[in-house]
Design a binder for this molecule. Sequence first.
Ligand code: CTP
Ligand code: MG
Length: 230
Amino acid sequence: MTRTSRFWGIVPAAGVGKRMQSDRPKQYLELAGTPVIEHTLTRLLSTGIFEAIAVAVSTEDPYWPDLKISRHPAIVTTPGGKERADSVLSGLNSLRDRATDEDWVLVHDAARPCITAEDMNKLIDHLTAEDVGGILALPSHDTLKHVRENRIAGTLDRSHVWRALTPQMFRYGLLKKALEAAQGNPAVTDEASALELAGFHPRIVEGRPDNIKITRPEDLALAQFYLEQQ
Ligand code: CTP
Ligand code: MG
């Protein structure tokens, strides 16, 4: 398939990884001998589709400048923000002079190193004809409970519940406008939710279950297992 649109990457990597309880932010932990974020960026770069990838890192981050990949010609470093959405907006701003409103942006968590080219191509192929965009997601296999104070308040209809993954792919102009309008709103935990607040209904594309987000200590071994399997 010929692709006429241009693609930009945004990788939010300015989190501290509180739930990981490690000595450094989880994106810098070693996974099969390589820092998590290097796996992630190498996989994004290897698709060859991105004009550039903006990586949002904390201004006090001592690890990022030490990585060779931080000096890759297609990587743009940008300061992270207080919340993930602020970091993504910073990434969008760093591409302001180069991207047009119609260009596509793929936002992908630094903490998801098992992303495959297969999933990225699937997302793009399903969305290029869309006006707004969409996200990789997984249907929920477990029965889901609505819980208040450790008691079940109800059961959600599982057939309508999906888990949001990344990449999330949107038009540059629309995403920037939606994130700006939603600034400071704690409900905006991914890009799609900003678009939802703006009244849009982004598409869902089923992703692979091995595209996990490293969140807790046990996830590192699981990610290593998935990398070996792939
Ligand atoms: N992120 C970011 N800027 C922030 C917060 C998070 O760029 N202010 C990034 C993280 O670095 C990560 C991605 O967003 O790549 C997903 O966030 P999450 O998994 O929640 O990472 P952390 O916030 O670092 O972890 P925790 O919530 O456990 O502290
Ligand atoms: Mg977080």
